[in-house]
Design a protein around this ligand. Structure first.
Ligand code: NAI
Length: 456
């Protein structure tokens, strides 16, 4: 049995980045993946959904081309087979990039299902295929899978293919005439944005009274209106109680109703993958179905770390990246720790949403003395020049005591790209007076942050 400094189980963003960083630092590393390197994010999540959404954006532009003085003749339709083909090409390119990066950093890659058999004096014994590997340390990065709750008829209809998850919907080569989406969270909304753009009649059934879960309330409302304008119908405060062969049954205001659809997407959250690979053989602690970790990504078992969705903290690829780095730095004896309060989040709908930190509501609930500014994106010249729907806003939250930014919530073009600038200002606790001295390129949409700061 070959002994490694580090064995990583799972080749998604958490796993491959941990392996890459460890290899780069000179640790003898092996990463084991049972499906495709790149994980859910690269193969059936973040990246492929962005190829879909970009095709929809191009179509949206074509449909409104006249607004911009462009004449596009003939019918503008989506070629879904071509969209799926393009997606496959993008995924292939990125997955081969991940493999090349691992190779460059001298990481051994194994394509097999890993199983933790136990521990001996040399380390943790991991079986993968016919081989066994010993790791002095272990990083678990097995990710998450869609939640399939015990709703009547759901399991059978997932098995028959009538109900899809994020995996199947991104392989759909025929656009359905009607689509019902169970869950108005991030996956549901991104897919609602895509399918409504390409001509599907979309209905979203959401249990809560607002869409986009923790998103700032006014922004969630603007997003809802934008999607409604594209024809999406929302059933809010509606709990799905059964799935039948031709539709979804839900309860709303004490009444039971049904929405008939050609296809259904299930997107009501994801759960950590902790079963079936021998975690119990080394007694790793779980809480509410996820691996318990501290801020150095350590589990209760010495030399065992857990990064990414499997620890159930914030299920986002960029959180996994950072957790991977913290775990590897901890292994290397470098001081590092996770900070979860400045992780930005982006919803890649059209219009897109970028948020980070506190909302006015959450800050006040914490008893913080805050000042808030809410301005329209029409303060930005580039925003007006490039958009026909001018409903974007930018909200910032400032802590009066520290005179620093603690939150920003933006809906409108590019917000997902420049929200990181605000994250940096929050994370580095930059004084508002110093932010005022920063030069923003003009004309850009990100100038909206500077504009908001000057309105405090
Ligand atoms: P989610 O947690 O974002 O949203 C699930 C929604 O389903 C919630 O609003 C919930 O109230 C609702 N729901 C639950 N049970 C229901 C029922 N019986 N009837 C009606 N509604 C019900 O989960 P989602 O969209 O599946 O995403 C999964 C994970 O993937 C999330 O952790 C998310 O952060 C991540 N993701 C992130 C993306 C991004 O950052 N842009 C894109 C896609 C996914």
């Amino acid at each position: 049995m070959e002994i490694f400094d580090l064995v990583v189980i799972g080749g998604g963003p958490g796993g491959y980045l941990a392996a890459e960083r460890a290899g780069h630092a000179g640790l003898k590393t092996v990463v084991i993946e049972k499906r495709e390197f790149g994980g859910v994010c690269l193969n059936e999540g973040c990246v492929p959904s962005k190829t879909f959404l970009n095709s929809a954006k191009v179509l949206d532009y074509a449909n409104h081309a006249e607004v911009y003085g462009v004449k596009v003749d003939g019918e503008k339709t989506i070629d879904q087979k071509a969209v799926v083909e393009r997606k496959k090409g993008v995924v292939k390119m990125l997955v081969s990039g991940v493999k090349a990066q691992l190779k460059r950093n001298k990481v051994k890659t194994v394509s097999a299902e890993a199983f933790i058999e136990g521990k001996n004096d040399d380390g943790f014994i991991i079986k993968a295929g016919e081989e066994k590997y010993v790791g002095k340390r272990l990083i678990i990065a097995t990710g998450s899978m869609p939640v399939v709750p015990p709703i009547q008829g759901l399991k059978e209809n997932v098995e028959s293919g009538y109900v899809m998850t994020n995996r199947e919907i991104l392989d759909l080569e025929v656009i359905p005439k009607t689509l019902t989406i169970i869950g108005g969270g991030v996956i549901g909304l991104e897919m609602a944005s895509y399918f409504s753009s390409v001509g599907t009649k979309v209905t979203v059934v959401e249990m809560l009274t607002k869409i986009a879960g923790p998103t700032e309330a006014e922004i969630s409302g603007i997003l809802q209106k934008s999607l409604e304008k594209k024809g999406v119908e929302f059933k809010l405060g509606a709990k799905v109680v059964a799935v039948e062969k031709d539709g979804v049954v839900y309860e709303k205001d004490g009444k039971t109703e049904k929405v008939v659809a050609e296809k259904v997407l299930l997107s009501i959250g994801r759960r950590a993958v902790t079963q079936g690979y021998g975690l119990e053989n080394i007694n790793v602690n779980l809480e509410r179905g996820a691996i318990v970790t501290d801020e150095q990504m350590r589990t209760n078992v010495a030399n065992v770390y857990a990064v990414g969705d499997v620890n159930g903290k914030i299920m986002l690829a960029h959180t996994a990246y950072r957790e991977a780095e913290v775990a590897v730095n901890t292994i290397l004896g470098k001081k590092d720790a996770m900070r979860y309060n400045v992780i930005p989040s982006v919803i890649y709908t059209n219009p897109e949403v970028g948020s980070v930190g506190e909302t006015e509501e959450s800050a006040k609930a914490k008893g913080l003395d805050v000042k808030c500014v809410n301005i329209p994106l029409t303060y930005s010249g580039r925003y007006i020049a490039e958009n026909s729907d001018l409903n974007g806003i930018c909200k910032i939250v400032v802590n009066n005591k520290t005179n620093t930014l603690i939150g920003a919530h933006i809906i409108g073009s590019y917000s997902g790209e420049y929200i990181v600038a605000v994250s940096a200002m929050i994370d580095l606790e930059v004084d508002i007076e110093n932010i005022k001295k920063l030069v923003f390129p003009h004309p850009t949409v990100c100038e909206i942050v500077r504009e908001a700061i000057f309105q405090i």
